[in-house]
Design a protein around this ligand. Structure first.
Ligand SMILES: OC[C@H]1O[C@H](O)[C@H](O)[C@@H]1O
Length: 329
């Protein structure tokens, strides 16, 4: 039995969330429905303009690790925070959630802990504005190979692929995990990041990854065939397990060439933040527990439905009870 059933590497981000309407987004020049990288000064302007803000630990991959941990998996997270107020808040919150937060907060330096200003409009759409700060400086020196070797599954956040040192960190982690008998996968995270590093993404997936999780736009960005079916087949040809979330159209899974489709009930979200992250949490929980692909997909969709039913990127309800209520255990 390994020490961790799931370990993740990603941006350690403190989320600041508030409700707003579309005219506020227009007024502030915020692009709706996407994740936009911003500079520190812009972050301060947006922060000051937020009414009734709520602060919570976030970060896409970290949200997945937290969701899987809440389901009962033993988890670890590799990510960088500074030893400032937000960094201490983040490290404490992760530890209190039962996640091994393995990297000591960084002392000194210019860059502060990362933060993301999230505006949720009445239609449940979230518009994220991320000041990356110290988290995106993660490199191979931050990766403890012993932690990776002690993980059954290592999961990587595609956003970190923007820097060479992030790529090196991924390779080091994936290889350490796999050499010790584990499996490695990546959340593609962002079609624009793929755009900047397509050849490297494809090489990583083909040579190192056992699974890939992404939404339609992310999966399609890899080969750009202009057709989801062709893109799925192309990714399936280089990776044994491809999981594509398709919003209201459900989920399509390709495992060793066998396709599984899982449907979803369309609902209007209260807050769409973290939907993909919690899908991955439910899916990976089921994968670790040895369930078939249909069950993995269903558990993913149930975890995603829970998180969009309230504000914030991490589960509030006992998602395992929701699995049981759906006849899954
Ligand atoms: O996927 C949602 C997450 O992305 C952003 O990185 C925010 O931190 C948020 O928690």
């Amino acid at each position: 039995m390994k020490k961790y059933q799931l370990a993740g590497i990603g941006n350690a981000v403190v989320d600041v969330i508030s409700r707003s309407d579309d005219s506020f987004l227009d007024h502030m020049g915020i692009e709706k429905g996407i994740m936009q990288l911003i500079e520190r000064e812009r972050g301060e302007t947006l922060y000051a303009a937020m009414g009734n803000r709520v602060q919570t630990p976030g970060g896409s991959l970290a949200n997945t690790v937290a969701g899987a941990g809440a389901l009962g998996l033993k988890t670890a997270f590799i990510g960088r925070v500074k030893n400032d107020t937000l960094g201490k808040f983040y490290a404490d919150a992760m530890t209190n959630e039962g996640i091994a937060f393995v990297n000591t907060p960084v002392e000194g330096g210019e860059l502060p802990t990362s933060r993301c200003m999230i505006f949720v409009t009445p239609d449940g759409e979230r518009s994220m504005n991320t000041y990356l700060g110290i988290s995106s400086e993660l490199g191979p020196d931050d990766v403890d190979e012993d932690v990776c070797a002690e993980a059954e599954v290592i999961f990587l956040e595609g956003y970190l692929f923007d820097k060479d040192k992030g790529k090196q960190a991924f390779m080091k982690a994936a290889r350490a995990c796999k050499a010790a008998g584990g499996i490695a996968g990546i959340a593609i995270s962002d079609p624009f990041c793929v755009e900047r590093h397509r050849a490297d993404f494809l090489k990583l997936i083909e040579e190192e990854m056992d699974f890939v999780i992404g939404n339609e736009a992310e999966i399609c960005s890899l080969y750009q065939n202009g057709d989801l079916e062709a893109d799925l087949a192309a990714v399936g040809a280089i990776c044994p397990l491809v999981v594509c979330t398709r919003s209201g159209d459900g989920v399509t899974i390709l495992r060793d060439g066998v396709r599984t489709d899982v449907s979803v009930k369309k609902v209007v979200p209260v807050d769409a933040t973290g939907a993909g992250d919690q899908f991955a949490a439910g899916f990976l929980y089921a994968l670790v527990k040895g369930h078939d692909m249909a069950t993995c997909g269903k558990m993913g969709t149930i975890a995603a439905s829970e998180v969009i039913s309230h504000m914030g990127p991490r589960p509030e309800a006992d998602v395992k009870t929701l699995f049981e209520a759906a006849g899954l255990s």
